[in-house]
Structure formats: C-alpha cells, structure tokens
Ligand binder design. Structure first.
Ligand SMILES: *Cc1c(COP(=O)(O)O)cnc(C)c1O
Length: 360
C-alpha cells in the first residue's frame, strides 16, 4: 500500500492509525454484527460513541462546564447564517474582522440578518497580515464580534485572541481547531467544519456558552436553532453518525499523543521546518507577514507560474500531493494539519531544495 503525503486544505489527511482502526471495525463494530454506519443513532452503542466523542473533545480543549458541544451538519458555511440567526438579540448588530475569503463569506451571509460592521480588515494588503483589534473599537451594544482564527486560503493566524470585553467573541476555527492549546473561555462560540483537523466531512462542531442559547427569533428554522440540538444532545434528528465515530477515533489518537500541548509542539516544529527553508530559499517566498503566519496552511510562491507548475509536477512524482495553491491565490499551499507527520514536511523541504538546485 502506497500512502502519499497529502497537503490538501480539506478534506485532508487523517491519521493512519485512525483509518486502520476504522477499517478493522468497519463491518462488525463491537461484536454487534453491524457497521457503525448501520447502527441506529438511538442505539446504546451509538450513544456511547457520541457521549465519548463529546467527553474527549471537552477533555482535549478543556471546555468549561458552562459550554455546550453540538455535533451538527451543514459545514462551517451553514454557521455563517446560523450564528447571526441565533445571536442577534434586540440590537441585531455585529462586528466582523475581515481577514480573507472565508470572513468575506461570513460577512455577506450575516448581512442578510442584521447590521454588520467591519471594524478591522487586511484587505488593503491582500490579506497578508492580521489587523490589530482592541476593545476601544467595540461598541458594548454589539451582539457579538466575529473572527476567523486561521485563514485557510491566505495562510494567516490570530496569534493573540482579541479581548472583546463583555461582547461575545465568535470564532470560525475550522482550520486550526485542536492544533494547539486554546482558552475556550475567551470565546462565546466556536465553530468548525470537521474535514480539516477533526475527521471526515459531514460533521460541524459548535462549542457555545450556555447563556447564548435560546436567543433565536421564532422565525429561526428548528434545524438551525442551537437550542434544538442543545436540548436533544445533538440527536434531534439523525446526526452524521459515521463522521462522529471517526472524530471520536481522532480525539482518542490526539489524547494518546499527549493532547493539545504535545500536538502544538509538533505543529510548531513542522511549520518551523518549512518557514525556515522558505526564508533561506532564493526561489521560494512566503506572501505572508512573519508575525501573522499560520502553522496549519503555508502558502508559498516561486518567481513564475511556469516554475510553480513544474514544481507541482515534481512534487507529485515524489508522493507529495495537493500542493497547488487556492485558485484565488495561485502558487503553492502546504496544509499541514495534525495528521501530517514531520516526515511529510521534511520530504516537502527536500523536494523544494532539490528543485531549486536544479533550476538555478
Ligand atoms: C473550510 C473552511 C470553511 C468552509 O467549511 P465548509 O465545512 O466547507 O462549509 C469555512 N471557514 C474556514 C476558515 C475554512 O477553512
């Protein structure tokens, strides 16, 4: 079996031990004579799976007692609408930090439901940095402030979480959830599509402070109301059972590695290996300002589109897949989420070195 190093931004690599465990249990889960995919979501065995998945996520992220964990569908993109529909109180007012393609979509969607103001943006420099945000910019009347903690396409990250005072901070954490330790209590709500750092596509995780549940207006569809899923333990209707099971296996794998502190160290090491080479290289450069660089998604470019294309070809032959940059940005992008081993990044750097040597 030839596994490649898959640098896809999502769906992305899953840890091999997780895939192997799922394979072993695929047709007969826990002696039930059934696959997890065939289990009723109301069965005892599935209840154990979803309960453990939540427990493990709480443990890994140290989620405080006064937060609910919801396992939903619809992707992070559905949350772009669900967040304003649920959090707009009487004011119907929210502040957004605009840091790239995903925040743009979040802003566009929220605009359908209330009054949105962009209080900080990095659009002036092609989203190559994270703008600073301080409490004085925030009207205490706002229902929430929204940030995208890691900008998957542009390769930037908030290394410091803005202090929004009493105004709840909402974060799209799709591409850096579980990548290092995080203080959940700084946020009112965190959401993430699973397919980057949690598990397979089809699952969306929402972590929400209890006092923010129950504010949706009567016109909010039942399926989009956080209260529905909070009251039913994410079992109001059929949840994405197999994705939740896979997420549970990923959480177990992470816990076995030593949790978020340990994976944070490994992720920093991987990112440093790649950034160090890019900074030394005369061919490859990073379009992102140093202080804002992401540990998860690392875009880089060569001097021409032709060189980009021939590098991508060479990388593919070396078993380094899906390195093409996002169509809106071009160049290359290495997404190195939790499941990407250090060896994968080392192979990438070897390939880049070799390419540079031969083209000078
Ligand atoms: C991938 C991604 C999304 C979109 O997620 P879907 O689950 O496909 O809707 C939104 N925000 C960020 C930051 C992402 O990386």
């Amino acid at each position: 079996m030839n596994r490649v190093y898959n640098f896809s931004a999502g769906p992305s690599m899953l840890p091999l031990p997780v895939l192997e465990k799922a394979q072993k249990e695929l047709v007969n889960y826990a002696n039930s004579g059934m696959s997890v995919m065939e289990l009723s979501h109301r069965s005892g065995l599935f209840t154990e799976i979803i309960t453990e998945a939540e427990q493990l996520l709480r443990e890994l992220m140290r989620i405080p007692e006064n937060y609910k964990v919801l396992f939903l569908q619809g992707g992070a993109s559905q949350q772009f609408a669900s967040v304003p529909m649920n959090l707009f109180g009487e004011n119907g007012k929210a502040y957004y930090i605009h840091t790239g393609s995903w925040s743009k979509k979040a802003i566009k969607e929220a605009n359908k439901f209330g009054s949105i103001r962009v209080i900080a943006s990095s659009e002036d420099k092609n989203f190559s940095y994270i703008p600073s945000v301080d409490q004085s910019m925030i009207d205490p009347e706002a229902d929430y402030v929204h940030i995208t903690t890691n900008n998957t396409i542009e390769g930037t990250t908030f290394h410091e979480i803005p202090d929004t005072g009493d105004v709840p901070l909402v974060a799209d954490m799709s591409s850096n959830i579980l990548s290092e330790e995080v203080d959940v209590s700084k946020f009112g709500l965190i959401y993430a599509g699973a397919q980057k750092n949690i598990g397979p596509a089809g699952l969306t995780v929402v972590i929400i402070r209890e006092d923010l549940i129950g504010k949706a207006s009567d016109s909010c569809p039942t399926m989009l109301n956080y209260q529905t899923h909070s009251e039913s333990g994410s079992l109001y209707n059929t949840p994405p059972t197999f994705s939740i099971y896979m997420a549970k296996l990923v959480f177990e794998w992470l816990k076995g590695l030593g949790g978020l502190k340990e994976i944070g160290k490994i992720n920093r090491e991987k990112a440093n290996i790649l950034y160090q080479f890019i900074d030394e290289s005369k061919m490859f450069t990073s379009p992102v300002e140093k202080e804002s660089r992401s540990m998860m998604n690392i875009p880089f470019i060569s001097p021409s589109a032709e060189l980009d294309a021939s590098f991508l070809e060479k990388a593919k032959v070396a078993g380094l897949e899906t390195l093409k940059g996002h169509r809106s940005v071009g160049g290359m992008r290495a997404s190195i989420y939790n499941a990407m081993p250090v060896e994968g990044v080392q192979s990438l750097v070897e390939c880049m070195k070799d390419f540079e040597k031969n083209y000078k």
